[in-house]
Design a protein around this ligand. Sequence first.
Ligand SMILES: C[S@@+](CC[C@H](N)C(=O)[O-])C[C@H]1O[C@@H](n2cnc3c(N)ncnc32)[C@H](O)[C@@H]1O
Length: 289
Amino acid sequence: MKKRGSRTADTSAAQRAYHTLYASEPKVFDDPFAIQLTGPAWRFCLKNKWIVRFIERQYDWTMPIIGHHVARSRYVEEQLDKLLEKGFTQYVLLGAGMDSFVFRRPELSGKLAVFEIDHPGTQTRKRDRLKKLGIPEPRNVKYIAVDFEQDSLTEKLSETGFQADEKTLFAWLGVVPYLTEASILTTLKDIAKTVARGSELIFDVLYRSAFTQGKGTMTGRKLFRSTERKGEPMITGYDPDDLKRLLPETGFELTCVVSPDDFTNMWFTGRKDGLKPWKYTYVVRARVK
Ligand SMILES: C[S@@+](CC[C@H](N)C(=O)[O-])C[C@H]1O[C@@H](n2cnc3c(N)ncnc32)[C@H](O)[C@@H]1O
């Protein structure tokens, strides 16, 4: 990743903003802060209805990706609400990008500590953006700069008031495909050895077939090309069977796989806009043993 950080983080926010502003009702995920948090160029385009209509024609291949992005965000936040009732007190966003959870859920500030972990370049850009927009950083969020390819997550977390004995949900959305297998495994091991047993992790993954059949589809071809052009090539994919084998070696047990068909049944059937999640990516839930 370049020093200035991730451009795909801005794109993900732009996609949530587009969904919030222009998708048909009911929204799968409502993120009214995404339009402010995405980059200025996206903000300009998304505020102009005519440009949006043009983008919809030129970039209709992104629709399945948007479907996946809004589904994964909704899934994590719905699970978080359930885990809060079970005594979870910490929420760690790994590769948080332009996530706006802390701004959308101010009522949780007294009972949930939030840790946004991201590449230094991306995180600096987000915090500068917030300053320029005059949006104060909530008191219950700590920002921690970590490069998963270089830094130890355990060390960085321990420097910040993270409570190792509290039950914690980790969300790792839209990050694993960009990392090497070595840093994925190191990060998983770091999490498992740092947190209370029973803590959970939710992340999304590309199926191995995304790199073969998926790449042969219009969406796949353009997606891989566009992330490469942004300097963030997608390089790693796993099938659920790979993770069933790998996760226990890192201190986790796999508890749930949410496939694109599952998401379709949950939130996408009968939509007027025909939105559906891409069929080459899925969500995994795992628990610290
Ligand atoms: C596609 S964005 C997803 C952002 C956010 N989770 C979302 O769903 O909108 C990828 C994120 O992974 C982060 N990332 C990628 N490689 C990283 C690395 N080596 N260390 C830390 N963060 C990384 C980027 O900075 C960026 O925030």
